[in-house]
Design a binder for this molecule. Structure first.
Ligand SMILES: Nc1ncnc2c1ncn2[C@@H]1O[C@H](COP(=O)(O)OP(=O)(O)OP(=O)(O)O)[C@@H](O)[C@H]1O
Length: 328
């Protein structure tokens, strides 16, 4: 891998060839990848990395393993799972010198898709060796959790909570699509008061998406201008709509039609506070994360600039970065 911000190349190289792979055996496509993951450990060792594979046994283990890795100055933590596993790991990698690598084996793998990290292990492991290290921002919710991709308040938050409680979760993307379609069409808009930096907005919304990156659910770009290293959060507010229009909103965003802009309000900020009249679900990086009106007067999103080191391919999309991607 190559380093954009190399300070002490020798020491950094030493540290970065120590890696821990943290694998979630319950993630969406783990079983498909299990053999390749073992081969990847051997492959990395053959290429001089001191590598260890740790399997999680329950939610929370990935975070614990990541904390231990940071404490031991391990150079790279390779999240081997989906975006939920990545989200656990970044809670501890934030602000550290330990870089995040990814071997995708989740259901949707939004981060991998967004960064052009191959979804097959053979491609992804080459990125670990030949990619480059960049520093990216992390979004923060209420000073209690970081997110790498996006946070959502509204329909998606309530849907992720609902899927979590239902057997539909076992159906993966299809489960989300079914529960999403069912709840989405009947979803009641909510009255919300937003403060976007110093600017106040009052609106009836279906959804507020707070993006550090662009891709959402693997297919849609609600925060299509977001860059992951600009110190800015991109906010997309989907207004109240009738059922037919809701279908159109999804279709226009899926097809990336220009007229999609008419359905939403787009803002950029360093800080966003949200107050809702009723209790609304929140999701972070695709997993449910509490509700509004739970103990705090407002839900607050902020940004931790360049808080995370990541390994991305040489061909990571340039439009996601303000800093130029260096040539191999
Ligand atoms: N051993 C485990 N048993 C149960 N849950 C786990 C375990 N390890 C991790 N988890 C939790 O499983 C959740 C989902 O994992 P992950 O995101 O890796 O897979 P996914 O949901 O299939 O992929 P994606 O998020 O890309 O759609 C995470 O929130 C994580 O905390």
């Amino acid at each position: 891998m190559q380093h954009s911000t190399l300070k002490n190349p020798e020491a950094e190289h030493q540290a970065q060839t120590r890696a821990i792979l943290i694998a979630n055996p319950t993630s969406g496509s783990y079983l498909l990848h299990a053999q390749q993951i073992k081969e990847t450990v051997t492959f990395l060792r053959e290429h001089g990395w001191q590598t260890e594979l740790k399997l999680t046994q329950r939610a929370g283990d990935a975070r614990r393993f990541a904390r231990e890795a940071v404490e031991q100055d391990i150079g790279v933590v390779v999240a081997t799972g989906g975006d939920g596993t990545i989200n656990e790991v970044i809670q501890e990698l934030a602000g550290s010198e330990t870089a995040l690598g990814v071997l995708p084996s989740g259901t949707v793998n939004v981060w991998a898709r967004e960064m052009n990290i191959p979804l097959d292990n053979y491609g992804a492991r080459n990125v670990l060796l030949n990619g480059q290290i960049k520093r990216v921002d992390l979004g923060k919710l209420n000073d209690s959790a970081y997110f790498l991709l996006m946070g959502g308040v509204g329909m998606d938050g309530d849907i992720t909570h609902a899927v979590e409680r239902k057997p539909a979760k076992r159906l993966g993307i299809l489960g989300y699509a079914l529960v999403g379609a069912w709840l989405g069409l009947g979803y009641q808009p909510f009255r919300t008061y937003l403060q976007v930096d110093k600017h106040k907005i009052k609106v009836n919304a279906l959804q507020v998406i707070v993006g550090n990156t662009q891709l959402y659910g693997g297919a849609i770009k609600y925060t299509w201008e977001a860059k992951c290293d600009d110190g800015i959060l991109d906010v997309c507010i989907v207004h109240q709509r009738n059922i037919v229009e809701r279908l159109l909103v999804v279709l226009d965003f899926l097809l990336r039609r220009k007229r999609r802009h008419q359905w939403v309000r787009y803002e950029k900020c360093k800080e966003l506070t949200i107050v809702t009249q009723r209790r609304i679900g929140i999701q972070l990086d695709g997993d449910p994360f509490g509700y509004t009106n739970e103990g705090l007067p407002a839900t607050r999103f902020s940004i931790a600039p360049r808080a995370l080191k990541v390994i991305v391919p040489q061909n990571a999309p340039a439009n996601l970065f303000t800093e130029e991607i260096e040539e191999a």
